[in-house]
Design a protein around this ligand. Sequence first.
Ligand SMILES: Cc1ncc(COP(=O)(O)O)c(C=O)c1O
Length: 339
Amino acid sequence: MNFDEYPRLKIGLFPTPLQPLENLSNYLGGPKIWIKRDDLCGIAFGGNKIRKLEYILYDVIKAGYNTIVTAGGPQSNHTLLTAGSARKVGLDYRIIALSQKPELITGNLVTHQIYRSKIVFREIEPSKSWGETALSVYKEIKKELEKENKKPVYIPVGGSIPVGALGYCRCVYEIKEQSQNYGFVPSFFVLTSGSMGTITGIILGKKLFKMNFNITGISVFGKDEYLTLGVNRIEENVVKAGKLLDFDIECSEKDYTIFYDYTGPGYGSVTPECVEAIKITARTEGIILGPVYSGKAMAGLIDLIKKGYFNKKDNVVFLHSGGSSEIFAKYGEMVPYLD
Ligand SMILES: Cc1ncc(COP(=O)(O)O)c(C=O)c1O
């Protein structure tokens, strides 16, 4: 199937801008850095989940479901953007927050309250992964919803399923056009990697639209921690997403690089390097990154520049995948590194 004909809902504002970061590039004395502003895509405070949800929710509605259930941490951007998208397209929804109920409502939970999200808080069971815990809670919620004559469906953590990856294929298409208009050829694509759905779409888009950039993911999970997530492997999902478009491709670990060195003690931990990267980006370009995802990717990018990973002539596209609102929930942990 032709990529443009693949059905999706129009939820966000696309294409998002591709913007040169001249001040930051000069400050770092490094390659030319461009930023793809997926934080500006129109729902809540923006972010990468909207592109995925445009495809996922189309399928959900077409299959006749009317209530979506998804899961994440209590400050999850994914659950927040799922809530915002559900509100936009008129679907009912429930959120599973994998933690104890916090005493104080902060950050994304404030926005959930404004959306009037119905949230079930549940701690991750020690013998189970995030994904397994979420699924077992979903089974309970499903029974209740069915008693109310609803038709529920579960969207896995991060929305990282093959059809969702098509959203980031579209992002590559936008970047191809935008970089041509600017008159440059991207040589690297740097992004944050969590449940790996975004990188899956970028790999597929690169193959589909015949781009030549190196794909560099900065993981927000340590390598061992990542394995407890219970998500599918990138290579399998690239192939599966390609099949949706009748595009037969191969994918191997050679198609991308992921660095697990910038996570700090674990997912969600605030590292001094990440706060430094957030300050540098804010103070040179006025752009706010988040301490859980995009700030860590910027910390990785800055360190890789220092280590000579890029050539000064490279054009590096950095994905702002959203999550700027994380600064409000994480302020206490950021304070020691702020000045
Ligand atoms: C702001 C932000 N950036 C990046 C990611 C990572 O994307 P993915 O889970 O597709 O790897 C997430 C996932 O929740 C996110 O919220």
